[in-house]
Design a binder for this molecule. Sequence first.
Ligand SMILES: [Zn+2]
Length: 125
Amino acid sequence: MMKESVFCTSISCMDGRIQLPIINWLKENHDISFVDTITEPGIDKMFDNLDKIKEIKSKALISVNKHGSKLVIVSGHDDCAGNPVSKSEHIDQIKHAVSVIESWQLSIKIIGAWVNQNWELEIIE
Ligand SMILES: [Zn+2]
């Protein structure tokens, strides 16, 4: 039987080191077939900018409305050239990003994640 095509949405940095870890984690933990990816350098810092939020939201809505995305993951990562702040600042930014995305009322699961120095995902509760 052919596997159902389940989409999700990843909002992440453009950094090439984190893409496969995120995709692999999603496939292993959430039975995802395809990951729609929205990237900017250091995207976790952009959730205090209304214009950027609007842009990211419009992209996310394509994934949610056209592909039926079943979850959104927003992440930050270690050694980020686009957003060179401490891990604790990243974590605060990711928590804020999750709250902004929750305010869009997409009625799907929203996950915040930190991609650590070993390129492993740590889920932020
Ligand atoms: Zn980065």
